[in-house]
Ligand binder design. Sequence first.
Ligand SMILES: C[S@@+](CC[C@H](N)C(=O)[O-])C[C@H]1O[C@@H](n2cnc3c(N)ncnc32)[C@H](O)[C@@H]1O
Length: 207
Amino acid sequence: MLATRLADLIAQTDLHLTDLQQQQLVQLVELLNKWNKAYNLTSVRDPKEMLVRHILDSVVVGPHLQGSRFIDVGTGPGLPGLPLAICNPDKSFVLLDSLGKRIRFITTVVHTLGLKNVTPVQSRVEAYQPEVGFDGVLSRAFASLSDMLQWCHHLPAEHGQFYALKGQLDPQELADIPSGFEVIGQQPLLVPELDAQRHLVNVRKVS
Ligand SMILES: C[S@@+](CC[C@H](N)C(=O)[O-])C[C@H]1O[C@@H](n2cnc3c(N)ncnc32)[C@H](O)[C@@H]1O
C-alpha cells in the first residue's frame, strides 16, 4: 500500500509530517499516476517508484529553504513545488511552466487537495514578471545552471537565492555560471532508497 510505503520512507529521514500531509502526498501520487496515462507527465510509471523519485526527492529540500515566498520554475507536473507546498504550509509557492497541460494538472491537484499556498502560472519564465521578488527560486531537471540563472535573474528579491536540485555535480557546470552570480553552497541530499546521487546547489546574485 502506498501510505505504508510512504510512512516507511519518511521514517528514514529527519522529516516530521502530519497524517494529513502524508495522505495528501499519497493523493498526489495517485493523481499523477491517473493523469500520466493520458498526459505523459513523467517517465516514472510505477507509483511506488514515484514516491522515491518524485516525492522524497522533493520533500528532502524543505529543511534547507530560507524565507517564505518561493517559485518553482519549469515545474512540470509540480516537482518539487507540490510536495514542498504540502509539507510547508507556512510557505507559498508559485509553480510555473510553459506547458498548459502541466499547469492544468497542477490546478486540479490544488483544488482536489485544497492547497491554499500554491499559485499555478502558465508562462515562459523569461516573460514572467512578478510584482515582488521571491525569497527562493527552485528548479529541478530544468536547465543547466548557467541557462537557469540567465533566464531567471529577474525573479529573486534582493536577499533571495536560487536552489538548484541536481544529480551528480559537474565542476564545469558550477565554474560556468555567468558573472554577477556566486555559488554559496553545494551539499548532498539524502533521499532514502534512491540509487543515484542528489545535490542541492545554492546561488545568489553578487551586488
Ligand atoms: C524536464 S521537465 C522537469 C519538470 C520537473 N521540474 C521535474 O523535476 O520533474 C522541464 C520542464 O520545464 C518546462 N520549461 C522548459 N523551458 C521553459 C521556459 N523557458 N519557461 C517555463 N517552463 C519551461 C517544460 O515545459 C518542462 O515541463
